[in-house]
Design a protein around this ligand. Structure first.
Ligand SMILES: [Zn+2]
Length: 67
C-alpha cells in the first residue's frame, strides 16, 4: 500500500492515447494553476512518452488521479 503523501504534489497515472495501455505514474504540483487546468480531466495534458506496447513515442494522457 502506498502511503498518502502530504504536500502539493499529486500523483497521476498516464496512459497511451493510441493503445490506451497504462504507461506511467507521474506527479504534478496541484498548486501550479496552469498544470491544474491541464490536468482538469481525462484527455488533458498530453505528454510525449515512449510506449512499450506501440514501441514508439506517443502522446500520453492523464488516466486517473492517484492518491
Ligand atoms: Zn501505446
Amino acid at each position: 500500500m502506498a502511503k498518502k503523501k502530504k504536500g502539493p504534489r499529486q500523483a497521476v497515472g498516464l496512459k497511451c492515447s493510441v493503445c490506451s495501455a497504462f504507461g506511467y505514474i507521474t506527479e504534478f504540483n496541484k498548486n501550479n494553476d496552469q498544470l491544474k487546468k491541464q490536468a482538469g480531466g481525462e484527455g488533458a495534458f498530453p505528454l510525449n512518452k515512449y510506449c512499450s506496447v506501440c514501441r514508439k513515442t506517443t502522446k500520453h494522457v492523464v488516466s486517473k488521479k492517484l492518491k
